[in-house]
Design a protein around this ligand. Structure first.
Ligand code: SAM
Length: 336
């Protein structure tokens, strides 16, 4: 969920500007849209753009061009391209313009404003968790039960479901307070895993629920694994976010309650403490490093969140996991 993304030398507004210019070049030169700008002028401009654009920009443009090819653009659809270009130059996030993002094993996960666009760092820890769950033996007679709190587009739940069902029976439930998010997650489930094609007993479902007002048992708990990427940005930091995030993505998906933005972790820790949320590991699974809880955290929150969970007195080993940019990005918690 971070916006300060590593790896690129450019600030995000400048980076987006470059991407927009490069897509403009595609439309003007390769796409053949008649804009009144001569090819000579466009090519001259494109050379300048190409030399300036950074690697990440090139990737995004390639991604966009692939999307355009996949849509077999012809005739009147060029107008649609032009409109995509204009939306990009106005600062709309590329993922919303394309309408989908890849996430782990999911090639096309639908996204739409204002539901949070899944972030690469979330994808990274989700992939790690999936590998760990696949490697650890689940109780043979039962499905592994997973709860995804604050599910948004359903990216984490659907990705885990996709991975796990190839290996074992899984029951995945995603909850979100936002009705629009739940509708989107359900639509994603339906298009990625059409019910008529399902041959396994595995299930994935999404329900509307407020994390501050729900009882784990009433939604089917306890669960073997609970994951959560909650809103965690403190209000004063949200106010400084770049426009592409602040003006387009739901504030309620980003801002965590309290001065430090840690309100959701406190609530989750209280749920863990009160019981009914986590299933005790079976004797078969004991001793294996199978995460029971995974939460994503803000870049400077890992230790504070670890203390919140330690304070519950529930026996958990807590590992702070760093993402590809060496940022403390998630806590993996294991039954002791
Ligand atoms: C940071 S987004 C995470 C979305 C998705 N899991 C992801 O990783 O892309 C947080 C989500 O929490 C949801 N949310 C906000 N307040 C909530 C609450 N009180 N109870 C449940 N969900 C809530 C928002 O609607 C949003 O979809």
């Amino acid at each position: 969920m971070s916006v300060a993304r590593g790896g690129g030398a450019l600030s995000l507004p400048k980076f987006r500007h470059n991407v927009a210019k490069r897509i403009g070049r595609f439309l003007l030169v390769d796409g053949g849209v008649n804009t009144g700008i001569s090819n000579k002028k466009a090519t001259k401009r494109s050379k300048r753009i190409r030399s300036k654009a950074d690697e990440e920009g090139k990737d995004l443009v390639r991604w966009m061009c692939e999307e355009l090819k996949a849509r077999q653009v012809a005739g009147t659809e060029k107008r649609e391209l032009w409109s995509m270009y204009r939306r990009l130059t106005r600062g709309e996030p590329l993922a919303y313009i394309l309408g989908n993002v890849p996430f782990g094993p999911l090639a096309r996960l639908e996204v739409r404003p204002p539901i949070l666009i899944p972030r690469p760092e979330t994808e990274e820890w989700t992939e790690r968790l999936a590998s760990m769950l696949i490697a650890s033996p689940a109780p043979r007679s039962e499905a592994i039960k997973i709860l995804d709190l604050c599910t948004g587009s359903g990216c984490i739940a659907l990705s885990l479901f996709s991975h796990l069902t190839k290996h074992r029976q899984a029951e995945v439930l995603g909850l979100d307070k936002s009705r629009i998010a739940v509708e989107l997650a359900r639509r994603n489930a339906h298009s990625l895993f059409p019910p008529q094609q399902s041959q396994s007993a595995s299930k994935v479902a999404f329900e509307q629920a407020d994390m501050f007002d729900f009882d784990p048992v009433s939604v089917g708990g306890p669960f073997d694994v609970v994951v959560c990427n909650p809103p965690y940005i403190p209000l004063d930091q949200w106010e400084k976010l770049e426009d592409g995030v602040r003006l387009w993505e739901n504030k309620a998906a980003l801002v965590g309650p309290g001065e430090t933005g840690l309100g959701f972790y406190k609530r989750l820790a209280a749920l863990v403490k009160s019981g009914g949320l986590l299933r005790a590991p079976s004797s078969e699974a004991k001793g294996k490093r199978r995460p029971a809880i995974v939460v994503e955290v803000g870049h400077d929150q890992a230790e504070k969140v670890r203390d919140i969970f330690k304070g519950t007195g529930v026996g958990l080993d807590i590992e702070i996991w760093k993402d590809a940019f060496k940022v403390q990005r998630a806590l993996f918690m294991y039954h002791q």
